[in-house]
Design a protein around this ligand. Structure first.
Ligand SMILES: [Zn+2]
Length: 305
């Protein structure tokens, strides 16, 4: 097959991405001729094998076998679909659209979880994790199978749910009738955090230009700076909710009563509420909320089909 249109063969337009590690150089992914980024799993790399007078991209897997780039791409999509197997298919549908709009999300790991597996999920629908020594990429864990979970959240996290409804331009009553919408909102909110991290930290200008830039600690420091401004400094709403349920928030409130009264916070219940509102207004939370609302509004037809 001859590739039309120019002197540069297509295979030469693939740009392998590399990273220096302590043991040498590792391939982290490849940018395709049409500008899409595909990250590699640990141990994967790209090679170009001769085929007639052309070269064809293949992916070398960590076990040494080679598959064509096209087959590798299809396999990735199949793996992705498996992820959403037990879930409402709308999660998977939304996610595939997102990958087209935000190619950097190819670098995200998505995992379904339950509150039995992840105690953090008791008062929330999902959370995201920054890369760590085991995972070079960010990850989100979201409850995608149990719809009743979102019914509970509408009650337990009413302030946040009201905010989500307002951003979507629907009434809180409509959200109460369709708790699965909240599930999608939270799913996309967590993706929004990861997208913020990928676009503005891991793949951002500073990361490209400064070899000492550490996106994880930069992102974490920025988050900590935001968190200490909250009514219960450093604590997220799930933690405050837990303190309240376990009866610890009342003594905490009594201890700092004078301070809270001066801030117009009049009771432990009021503290729970105002803490949640202040949290929603943190810049990183607003970014994720806006991301979720924009995506849901764009793909509303998937949601209501
Ligand atoms: Zn968040």
């Amino acid at each position: 097959m001859k590739i039309p249109g120019g002197p540069v063969p297509e295979w030469q337009l693939f740009e392998p991405q590399i990273k220096k590690t302590e043991t040498g150089i590792e391939e982290t992914g490849v940018i395709t001729p049409d500008g899409q980024y595909f990250p590699f799993d640990h141990g994967e790399s790209i090679a170009f094998i001769r085929e007639g007078n052309q070269r064809k991209p293949v992916i070398k897997l960590s076990d040494g076998t080679e598959v064509s780039f096209e087959a590798w791409k299809i396999r990735r999509r199949e793996d992705l679909k498996k992820l959403f197997e037990g879930a409402d298919p709308k999660y998977g549908e939304l996610y595939l659209r997102l990958l087209e709009d935000f190619p950097e999300l190819e670098q995200l790991s998505v995992k379904a979880g339950t509150k039995e597996q992840y105690p953090t999920l008791e008062f929330t629908g999902g959370f995201w994790k920054r890369p760590d020594s085991q995972n070079p990429n960010p990850k989100i864990i979201v409850e995608m199978e149990n719809q009743a979970h979102y019914q509970d959240l509408l009650r337990d996290r009413e302030e946040s749910a009201r905010e989500a409804a307002a951003l979507l331009g629907i009434s809180f009553e409509e959200l109460l009738k369709n708790p699965e919408i909240l599930g999608k909102f939270i799913f996309l909110h967590e993706i929004g955090h990861a997208q913020d991290y990928l676009a503005n930290f891991q793949n951002g200008e500073k990361a490209k230009n400064d070899p000492n830039f550490d996106p994880v600690s930069e992102n974490l420091d920025k988050r900590k700076e935001e968190m200490v401004t909250l009514p219960v400094p450093g604590e997220n709403p799930v933690g405050v909710k837990k303190m309240y349920k376990e009866g610890r928030l009342t003594s905490y409130f009594e201890k700092y009563k004078e301070y809270y009264l001066s801030k117009g916070i009049t009771s432990p219940e009021d503290l729970v509420k105002k803490h949640e509102l202040a949290y929603r207004n943190l810049p990183s939370e607003k970014y994720a909320d806006q991301f979720a609302a924009d995506v849901l509004k764009k793909y509303w037809s998937i949601l209501v089909s």
